[in-house]
Ligand binder design. Structure first.
Ligand code: GDG
Length: 508
């Protein structure tokens, strides 16, 4: 575990890790949200104290007094929550607009979905400034600021502009695209320069890091930087040195492995197995997102069934689709495309007692999800592009009897760790997916065990706690030799200046 006790940790993410729930007439309560980031950060914040900054949602219409709920919640915690005040209109332009109509598709190499609106960029900068202001208000002494993901690329720069000299680190959860793709953003220079405001910039894979360094060396004038390539890469700029390094995110190995063997999961997994009467279960679990390659996967399954009538009644594809970003047009279109394909395939191949695809458009409980992982003979993880893909890691760790096979896209970040212990496919090449499905269906137990054991070992060694520690240590190491910190007075002057600037000019 991370040992350095100097300075608190300030975690900054788009959303705070809590959800507001109605608990009675005009009564609300906060419940913790789940997910990798919450699992990773909570133990460190509990141990060392600190602050989590993020948007908590907007509940004005419901009359929820968020501040009161947050302060009540904090009484039982060793750390605090600082909500960022963003109105719904701003959130729409920044989140639905800049984040999800520009950065998300572009960084996933799917720029056909991009809508490069200048209003989106203005809102993005404005909201990032608000995040920076909330962070500045919470800062004391030599706090270490860890900013998460593409939504908040500009937050570090906003802090720097206002004289904040604390160590600020950034981790990108999604892929970083090659220079040719990145350079399509009209504001590319401003975005790269914003990234260079961080002391440490972390990526999921070596490819992302390489792409970023290529962008820096092609976009930024040579006189401003000197990009050195040794690992960890260090960009020596006029204003600061940026360390660029790779930290593949992971899961809580012990928690998944223990839960997979727990009584309720085992019982449910047996029920699922019995319910499918010996059919081979192929499982897909994804947020409904065009980066996940779901239509392409369904088409490959259709071809498998078309060419192999002997498999009819013997296999079942269970596709879990977690509802996501439902108010964005592209996501609605994707849902319709998937439903149409599922309908067509089921209509074409179904027989009495057998339907080839079970499509679940809802979120499974954690227990149910683990039971499905355990019950599946094959996991089909075929994104067109993915930062990491935690489903692949969860599937392997949960597969305690090692009888499952992971079919994995070459374009998922996790591939750089699992290498060819998974059956690797190109999701754009239907034949490669069909071949892998056939290979997986007929793979002998010895090979399955060998492959699964290696992947499990990898996640065991590089689990979520390894990830947090590696990142924090890299961020801290950089600090040696730069100990002069700003005083509390300085922070309050900075905050006042930031507030005045936004209020007077409303500047973008
Ligand atoms: C982004 C990046 C990167 C899914 N269905 C259910 C459910 N899930 C949970 C899984 C997993 C998570 O959602 C999905 O994580 P992924 O990593 O697969 O994908 P993204 O949501 O796109 O995440 C990705 C990640 O950030 C972390 O850096 O790996 O590349 O795109 O944990 O378990 N959970 C429950 N029911 C479901 O039906 N309870």
């Amino acid at each position: 575990m991370y040992e350095d006790k100097e300075g608190r940790l300030i975690v900054v993410s788009n959303r705070l890790p809590i959800v507001v729930k109605k608990s009675g007439a005009n009564r609300y309560e906060l419940t913790p949200s789940s997910g990798g980031l919450v699992t990773a950060m909570t133990p460190v914040l509990k141990r060392d104290g600190g602050v989590w900054v993020g948007w908590a949602g907007n509940y004005e219409e419901e009359g929820v007094v968020l501040e009161t709920l947050l302060r009540q919640e904090e009484q039982n915690l060793a750390y605090s929550y600082e909500p960022v005040d963003i109105n719904l209109k701003e959130y729409e332009l920044y989140y639905k607009g800049f984040c999800n109509e520009i950065l998300w598709p572009l960084f996933h190499n799917l720029s056909v979905y991009c809508n490069f609106s200048a209003d989106y960029f203005k809102a993005f900068k404005r909201v990032n400034r608000k995040f920076a202001q909330t962070v500045a208000e919470a800062l004391i002494d030599n706090d270490f600021i860890w900013i998460h993901d593409y939504h908040l690329i500009n937050t570090g720069e906003e802090l720097r502009k206002n004289g904040i000299q604390n160590r600020i680190a950034f981790f990108l959860h999604i892929p970083f695209p090659p220079a040719e793709t990145f350079n399509r953003i009209p504001w590319r220079l401003q975005i790269v320069k914003a990234l260079l405001a961080y002391d440490l910039i972390g990526f999921q894979t070596e490819t992302d890091k390489k792409n970023f360094l290529e962008v820096v060396t092609t976009c930024i004038d040579e006189s401003e930087i000197n990009a050195k390539m040794p690992d960890p890469a260090t960009i020596v700029g006029k204003k600061r040195e940026n360390k660029v390094a790779v930290f593949p995110i992971s899961i809580d190995y012990n928690e998944f492995s223990d839960a997979a063997g727990s009584k309720p999961v085992v019982q449910r997994y047996r029920e699922i197995k019995e319910g499918y009467h010996g059919q081979k279960i192929i499982l897909g679990v994804d947020r409904l997102d065009y980066s996940k390659g779901i239509p392409q996967r369904l088409k490959a399954y259709r071809t498998l069934l078309k060419r192999n009538p002997q498999l009819h009644t013997k296999v079942k594809l269970i596709q879990v689709l977690v509802p996501s970003r439902e108010d964005i047009i592209e996501y609605g279109n994707l849902k319709r495309e998937i439903e149409q394909l599922v309908g067509e395939i089921n209509g074409r191949f179904s027989q009495p007692g057998w339907i080839p695809i079970q499509n679940c458009y809802y979120t499974l409980s954690r227990e149910e999800l683990l039971a499905y992982y355990r019950a599946s003979d094959i996991a089909l993880v075929t994104p067109l592009k993915d930062g990491m893909n935690l489903v692949a890691k969860e599937y392997c760790v949960t597969n305690i009897d090692r009888e499952g096979v992971l079919i994995l896209s070459r374009f998922a970040g996790v591939r750089q760790q699992f290498k060819d212990d998974a059956l690797l496919v190109n999701p754009f090449d239907e034949e490669s997916v069909v071949d892998a499905l056939k290979k997986a269906l007929f793979m002998d137990s010895e090979e399955k065990h060998k492959r699964m054991e290696k992947m499990q070992e990898n996640v065991r060694k590089y689990d979520i706690y390894w990830w947090v520690d590696a990142f924090l240590q890299a961020g801290k190491r950089q600090e040696r030799g730069r100990k002069k910190m700003l005083s509390a007075d300085h922070f309050s002057t900075v905050v006042k200046a930031m507030k005045n600037a936004s209020a007077v000019t409303g500047r973008d």
